[in-house]
Design a protein around this ligand. Structure first.
Ligand code: DGL
Length: 270
């Protein structure tokens, strides 16, 4: 069982931020990454549609013998985690990207005003404020949907004047004034972490969302004796539901080296 890959999925490249953090902690492991590029962005879709996509991907990852599934997407974690947990949780561990962050932020007793930025789907589902307030009723949580950011990042459009202007238009909104910490509730956003931090300056803490998720994955796989005790012999696999050169290029930028993208048509495989 330990020999099998860790399945990780997102709508596109955002989940690579989580994959990176996992391999940083568990360098011996092998991953099978699925970017659902045919259906990107998830953030504008209904919960029912995202759940349907997520279910099909989870089925694929189980068929491909993954030992765990990491839903490396906040929109899909909000819409589909409970469902996937019920359906596959008895077979293999299922991780969402929300709970580890909520626990870490709630434990920071000195913080009282938290901002959350994410897709429309994530903000509409309101899992962050609900879960945070359950653990810390004294917390003030301001959420803001920032739907232009993920497509902008997918396009490789960041660290420039226009992307900073878009970011500024969101971060300057009233809801996000006077916060002490910000949750990047979309796995794409750590890719523009520096721009966000520059905008706020040192007065606002940006939580290391991929790192917190990776710590939770490493701890639970360790507890369940699911970690490799030798380096995996096989390579990582990166699958996409729609191959485009643009996606291949952005993947290369964010993964740091060229990866072979395997196109997988889940609809015809169904
Ligand atoms: N990276 C995803 C998330 O964490 C979704 C971005 C999108 O497809 O809208 O929500």
């Amino acid at each position: 069982m330990a020999d099998r890959p860790i399945g990780i999925f997102d709508s596109g490249i955002g989940g690579l931020t989580v994959a990176h953090a996992i391999l940083d902690r568990l360098p011996a492991e092998r991953i099978l990454y699925f970017g659902d590029t045919a259906h990107l962005p998830y953030g504008d879709k209904s919960a029912a549609t995202i759940r349907r996509y997520a279910e099909r991907i989870a089925e694929f990852l189980v068929e491909r013998d993954c030992k765990a599934i990491v839903i490396a997407c906040n929109s899909a974690s909000s819409a589909a985690y409970t469902h996937l947990q019920r359906r596959y949780g008895h077979e293999l561990p299922i991780f969402n990207v929300i709970d580890p962050v909520v626990q870490a932020v709630a434990a920071r007793r000195e913080l009282h005003r938290i901002g959350v930025i994410g897709t429309k789907a994530t903000v509409r589902a309101a899992a962050y404020p609900r879960k945070l307030k359950k653990l810390r009723p004294d917390l003030t949580v301001h959420s803001l949907a920032t739907p232009l950011l993920a497509p902008m990042i997918e396009e490789g459009f960041f660290h420039n004047n226009i992307s900073r202007a878009v970011l500024g238009a969101y971060l300057d909104r009233k809801a996000l004034q006077e916060i002490q910490g910000l949750i990047m509730a979309c796995t794409h956003y750590p890719l523009i972490r520096d721009d966000i931090q520059d905008h706020y300056g040192p007065g606002v803490e940006l939580f290391d969302t991929p790192g917190l998720v990776a710590d939770a994955v490493a701890a639970e796989l360790g507890e369940r004796n699911l970690l490799l005790d030798h380096r995996a012999k096989q390579q990582h696999t990166f699958c996409v539901s729609d191959y485009t050169d643009a996606f291949a290029r952005t993947t290369r930028i964010f993964w740091g080296k060229t990866v072979r993208l395997e196109p997988v048509d889940l609809e015809s495989e169904a």
